[in-house]
Design a binder for this molecule. Structure first.
Ligand code: V0V
Ligand code: CO
Length: 141
């Protein structure tokens, strides 16, 4: 079902401050930035590796308000790893299979993710305390 680790999401207070640190530390390039109102974030994608099944990225996340998932996470825990995202070819099939398995889906149907991708979150409590995201990349990504 899973084709790759698509990204590791990291909650930060400031994209402007953190992007150059990651670029310099690991010689990464920030290839995309986007504001996602529904998810309550400004996000930056730093490319780690381009593979046959799509890219792998570090995703830096800055909240646009305090009352958002990343805003609440920062207030409670401070900056750190917020979620892991796996690539899938067919997110509808993956969600159907997880529903049958009894997993607690935050999104029962896919929502808009970075660069036109379709994404869905699975609640951390059923997966070892790790908030988990599935990503079906847009065609050509
Ligand atoms: C909260 N909890 C977490 C967590 N956030 N555990 C692990 N990782 C996280 N990131 C735990 C928290 O410690 C509590 O545990 C419990 O969940 C309830 O916490 P809460 O602060 O009351 O939060 P809730 O219940 O309001 O919301 C938690 C969920 C929420 C997971 C439902 O964060 C959510 O809907 N996340 C999905 C959307 C999202 O994160 N979007 C931002 C990334 P205890 O104390 O009860 O044990 S957007 C993105 O990645 C994009 C656009 C992309 O990739 O393209
Ligand atoms: Co993400």
């Amino acid at each position: 079902m899973l084709t790759r680790i698509d990204h590791v999401g990291i909650a930060v207070a400031s994209l402007t401050e953190t992007i150059p640190i990651y670029e310099q530390a690991f010689n990464l390039k920030c290839v995309h930035q986007e504001t996602n109102e529904r998810q309550g974030v400004r996000e930056a994608m730093l490319l780690v590796h381009s593979g046959d099944t799509g890219g792998s990225y570090v995703q830096l996340l800055e909240p646009i308000r305090d009352d958002t998932p990343v805003g609440k996470f920062l207030a409670k825990r401070g900056p750190g790893i917020h979620h892991i995202a796996y690539g899938v070819d067919d997110i509808d099939a993956a969600l159907a299979s997880l529903t049958v398995g009894g997993f607690d889906l935050v999104n029962k149907t896919p929502v808009h993710g970075t660069s036109g991708s379709r994404i869905a979150f699975i609640h951390p409590k059923g997966l070892g305390g790790v908030l988990t995201e599935l990503v079906e990349a847009a065609a050509g990504h």
